[in-house]
Design a protein around this ligand. Structure first.
Ligand SMILES: NC(=O)c1ccc[n+]([C@@H]2O[C@H](COP(=O)([O-])OP(=O)(O)OC[C@H]3O[C@@H](n4cnc5c(N)ncnc54)[C@H](OP(=O)(O)O)[C@@H]3O)[C@@H](O)[C@H]2O)c1
Length: 366
């Protein structure tokens, strides 16, 4: 038997741990033991935008051999996570038993994949239903063949998918000359994606970096040193409204972004809509003054930069920021690791309720 976590797609607090019978591994497939994988607010957002962007389609319960009728199939989904997995059985000669891979997985004990488009450092999952989905999420890396995994092995599942986005946002804004802004304002400034972005902007050094966070996370956010100034959602009006500002919105909270527009009005020259860490906040409204929000989808920017730079330069540019950012995490991030499913469920509920401190990183295996 093997276990997986299902989430009610219309009520994320309603979860079920279910067992399924392991079937005989099909020809050309590999069987994986999943973990450790990371949990951050980003995973909750995958569900919050699951219907709009298609995240529910990667790991449908039916693919796991769980018998369900049509309405149950529409009701239950599996939340994707980033992490490691080890090949425990192989009917694919190119990916032998014992291989360690990194990529996008469901929360489950095991998973079967069909490696296709093999390269020296990885492959794509060729499971039929995934071929239509974004290739960035279908790509898996052989951990021992990719030098970027040599250091900070445990930090990678927690920070890597988020920091890649941070790096791309900084690159995008700089490429656009910050849309004429004198400062960049980051919402949900204590989130790891925001901190990575602030770190890259600060390293670049040619714009002011302002953080906006909740009262409880203000002193932590200040202590990182990544921001020039930090304000709270209740003190938006303390900021100087006359400064041309580009916004990077990780919170997706209609009330907060509405207050920001009301304060800066036409001085909002760009609004890069990245996330919805405040997943149950009201949806943002279209502003009457200031530039409207434009969605930022990291996989599309990766595609663009791979085309512009090629894979080697992309990896070199990313590594130049990634490695020192990981080094900095020693000062602001504590990793907690558990193989106990009770801890998974507790931390998952804490994330839903916004009860997780920003200084923690969580790694799990069930
Ligand atoms: N578009 C893309 O391609 C892309 C890629 C990566 C990440 N993202 C998005 O960036 C956002 C941040 O993700 P992350 O993984 O970096 O987050 P994280 O580090 O886990 O963020 C934790 C922070 O988010 C806020 N938060 C979390 N849960 C909350 C809740 N239930 N209610 C209210 N606030 C809550 C709090 O920040 P504050 O107190 O500072 O608000 C908290 O300190 C997510 O929405 C994620 O999807 C988007």
């Amino acid at each position: 038997m093997t276990q997986t976590l299902l989430v009610n797609r219309s009520d994320f607090a309603d979860v079920a741990l279910v067992n399924a019978e392991l079937q005989e591994l099909a020809e050309g497939f590999i069987r994986l033991s999943i973990g450790p994988w990371a949990l951050t607010a980003n995973n909750i957002t995958y569900m919050a935008v699951g219907d709009m962007i298609g995240y529910w389609k990667f790991f449908e319960p039916m693919d796991y051999g769980i018998e369900m009728d049509r309405s149950e199939k529409q009701q239950w989904g599996r939340m994707p996570v980033w992490g490691y997995a080890e090949v425990t059985e192989s009917k694919c000669t190119d990916v032998p038993e014992g291989t360690l891979i990194y990529g996008f997985f469901p929360i489950a004990q095991s998973f079967d994949m069909k490696p296709v488009k093999l390269t020296p450092i990885g492959f794509q999952d060729g499971n039929d239903h995934r071929t239509e989905l974004h290739p960035v999420y279908n790509g898996y890396t052989f951990v021992d063949k990719d030098p970027s995994f040599a250091a900070h092995r445990k930090l990678q599942p927690v920070l890597r998918p988020l920091f890649t986005t941070s790096f791309l946002i900084d690159d995008f804004l700089a490429d656009e000359n910050f849309f004429g802004a004198e400062q960049v304002l980051l919402l949900s400034a204590s989130s790891k994606t925001a901190m990575g972005t602030a770190y890259c902007l600060k390293q670049r050094g040619n714009t002011k970096v302002i953080g906006l966070t909740s009262e409880g996370n203000k002193s932590f956010t200040e202590s990182t040193g990544f921001y020039d100034e930090v304000y709270t959602y209740d003190t938006i009006t303390d900021m100087n409204p006359d400064i041309k500002t580009s916004v990077v919105d990780m919170a997706g909270n209609g009330k907060v972004i509405g207050d920001v527009y009301d304060h800066f009005e036409e001085n909002i020259v760009y609004n890069c809509m990245v996330g919805k860490s405040h997943w149950d906040g009201a949806p943002p409204k279209t502003p009457t003054l200031g530039a409207p929000a434009v969605m930022f989808f990291a996989p599309d920017r990766i595609k663009q930069r791979l085309k512009d730079w090629g894979g080697e330069i992309f990896a070199k540019n990313l590594a130049a920021r990634w490695l020192p950012f990981c080094d900095s995490a020693r000062d602001w991030l504590t990793l907690e690791e558990s193989h106990d499913v009770t801890d998974v469920l507790k931390t998952y509920k804490d994330f839903l309720n916004g009860d997780v401190g920003p200084s923690k990183g969580y790694l799990f295996k069930i």
